[in-house]
Design a protein around this ligand. Structure first.
Ligand SMILES: Nc1ncnc2c1ncn2[C@@H]1O[C@H](COP(=O)(O)OP(=O)(O)OP(=O)(O)O)[C@@H](O)[C@H]1O
Ligand SMILES: [Mg+2]
Length: 244
């Protein structure tokens, strides 16, 4: 089957800095691709180029075989590219329910979704992520783990075919991490493909079919978790000597 997502030779420069240098990847339908690498490696930049938050300096992004480079982020979202944000910015004036309803209003095929329908979808996704009893509350009343789940519910309400997750597990404890892993597995079972950035190595190994490693903006490995984690270049660049 052809790739759901294909990135061809993507490069992104910021003034003198090359944040991403000639990175290519493919993601098959139903696949979970883990994206790892040290701080500043270019992981978020790559997600930004795929979702359209940032334009590529060079290279191409194809979704379902069609180039999407020239489309703004909201058009890519309507095609089915959803994402979460590493730096979460919930809408403070809106309830938990309406924060997620916003996702439904701007998601796949959503040019004319009425608000009542968006709220219904939001309710379903809040139940799914385990926030069903917080819907009328404010976002600042949520715990750290709750806000990550809110971020996930908002992205799922966009009905993505591909979900890009940027450090959903950051700052969570081991139990909370396991719960997010379980949720992401269920997301995949619903037919949604995933590209997941994560620093928690144990979590990303157990979740991913394949791992891609970035280092200084360059792809240094791409393969099964076992092959990537035993690659001496990856060990030296990211995992450190202790890990054997
Ligand atoms: N808008 C921007 N303007 C200038 N430089 C940027 C911008 N966004 C990212 N960078 C730089 O590009 C490089 C890659 O950043 P990026 O956020 O993609 O890394 P990352 O792998 O997501 O790191 P982390 O694990 O810390 O989230 C860094 O050196 C960063 O400072
Ligand atoms: Mg990042």
């Amino acid at each position: 089957m052809s790739a759901l997502l294909e990135v061809r030779h993507a490069t992104r420069r910021f003034a003198g800095l090359i944040a991403l240098n000639d990175v290519s990847l493919t993601l098959a339908p139903g696949e979970i691709l883990g994206l790892i690498g040290p701080n500043g490696a270019g992981k978020t930049t790559l997600i930004n180029l795929i979702s359209g938050t940032l334009a590529a300096s060079e290279g191409e992004v194809l979704f379902q075989g069609e180039p999407v480079n020239r489309l703004p982020a909201f058009r890519r979202a309507r095609l089915g590219i959803g994402r979460t944000f590493q730096i979460m910015r919930p809408f403070p004036g809106l309830s938990v329910l309406d924060n997620v309803a916003v996702g439904a209003l701007f998601g796949r095929g959503a040019s004319k979704v009425p608000l009542t329908q968006a709220r219904e979808q939001a309710r379903v996704w809040l139940e799914f992520v385990g926030l069903g009893n917080t819907i009328s509350g404010r976002t600042d009343e949520l715990s750290g783990a709750g806000r990550r789940r809110l971020e996930l519910a908002k992205a799922l309400a966009m009905q993505p075919k591909l979900l890009l997750c940027d450090e959903l597990m950051a700052g969570l404890n081991l139990v909370e991490i396991d719960q997010i892993i379980d949720l992401l597995r269920q997301v995949r079972e619903r037919g949604i493909s995933l590209l997941v950035i994560e620093h928690v190595i144990k979590a990303i190994i157990s979740l991913s079919d394949r791992l891609l490693v970035l280092h200084h903006g360059e792809k240094i490995a791409d393969g099964t978790p076992a092959s990537v984690l035993s690659d001496p270049i990856v060990v030296q660049a990211y995992l450190g000597k202790k890990r054997t």
